[in-house]
Design a protein around this ligand. Structure first.
Ligand SMILES: Cc1ncc(COP(=O)(O)O)c(C=O)c1O
Length: 358
């Protein structure tokens, strides 16, 4: 089975398993787990922040960040298709008690004019104050796009100007860093806090890090506890995270190359499926409209050919490349895709430019 549903399907490496077995452990929420502390120190250094906190998931990292930066009842400004809104079960409202206002985006980057107009620096009798601005890079919903650094700097400057904290959901921060060819710190410096996951393309089995100032992380620790995220001998997991940060970052470039290989092959099959120029990292969003079949049918048909892909919308498939996907797997995937494509009803007949029914 070629599993392109997500980079979260990656299995820990042998080096990670050895490190997990050998890890020095303690009670993280009592005296501190030495391996968790080591990972937190490493994460803070990689992101150029004062401190970091290990959390079980990116979702919890984002939620804790929202809670630690704001009080209940404020308004969060974030891009239309942010992961926090699309896939985190409304925790922003249900748990953090925050309102949100979406800002129109282009390739995941909020329109700066609209953002500027929407910021409300102070609570007014008839208007909520902006409590936080959130960015996401790489941007999952936009197809693994990387926010330009000058865009991030402008958003951060707007936040500073109005005394509003800025958080970045950097679940795939290191994909962004590799794509830009800069250390992660150069991205993270453009927000007050950042989350990143070691459990995605970096291949660790579990965990994310929330990074920010020491005061912010101290506040965040009590929210993590409140949400049930206090862990005990979590060094078992952190040990794999340390290996992830030490040895899995540079190879993300391989995943970006296989994503491009996939997009190029699909584009050759039919140019409407995907624009290869739009591929910046390891996510390829494919428009199935031209095939006449919705994404659900595509994913079922591909699964019968041993290729697993997640629908990303009614007429959109999402392919994510990762450590277990080789260039040869991409060729196999392209063959399978071509086979389904030829059976699909909406495909123009070769040389005739018409559609044949079935
Ligand atoms: C952009 C983004 N943020 C947050 C998350 C949540 O991470 P987790 O699955 O660890 O909760 C994901 C997961 O895919 C993501 O893509």
């Amino acid at each position: 089975m070629i599993d392109l549903r997500s980079d979260t399907v990656t299995q820990p490496t042998d080096e990670m398993r050895d490190a997990m077995r050998a890890a020095r452990l303690g009670d993280d929420s009592r005296d501190g787990d030495p391996t968790v502390r080591e990972l937190e120190t490493l994460a803070a250094a990689r992101t150029g922040k004062e401190a970091a906190m290990f959390v079980p998931s990116g979702t919890m990292g984002n939620l804790v960040a929202l809670m630690a930066h704001t009080g209940r009842g404020g308004e969060v400004l974030l891009e239309d298709s942010s992961h926090i809104l699309k896939s985190e079960m409304g925790a922003i409202a249900q748990v953090a008690g925050l309102f949100h206002r979406t800002i129109r985006g282009e390739r995941g980057a909020m329109d700066l004019g609209v953002l500027t107009e929407t910021i409300a620096a102070q609570l007014k009798p008839n208007k909520l104050a902006t409590a936080l601005i959130e960015m996401e890079t790489t941007h999952n919903g936009a197809g693994g796009t990387v926010l330009p650094l000058d865009h991030m700097a402008e958003v951060h400057a707007l936040g500073r100007q109005h005394g509003i904290p800025v958080h970045t959901d950097g679940a795939r921060l290191f994909n962004a860093a590799v794509a830009l060819g800069v250390p992660a710190e150069q991205i993270a410096r453009h927000s007050d806090s950042v989350t990143f996951c070691v459990s995605k393309g970096l291949s660790a089995p579990v965990g994310s890090l929330l990074c920010g100032t020491s005061d912010f992380i101290a506040r965040a620790r009590s929210f993590r506890r409140m949400l049930g995220g206090n862990l005990r001998q979590a060094g078992m997991l952190a040990a794999a995270g340390i290996v992830a940060l030490d040895s899995m970052v540079e190879r993300l470039a391989d995943d970006h190359r296989t994503a491009k290989q996939l997009a190029d092959g699909l584009h050759r099959l039919s140019s409407g499926l995907v624009d290869p120029e739009s591929i910046e990292t390891n996510i390829v969003r494919v428009d199935t409209t031209g095939s006449g079949w919705p994404a659900e049918m595509w994913s079922a048909a591909l699964q019968r050919l041993d290729v697993r892909v997640a629908p990303g919308g009614p007429m959109q498939l999402r392919f994510v490349t990762h450590r277990h996907i080789s260039p040869a797997d991409i060729e196999t995937t392209l063959q399978a895709f071509g086979e389904v494509w030829r059976k699909a009803p909406g495909q123009p007949m070769a040389g005739v430019g018409q559609r044949h029914g079935r």
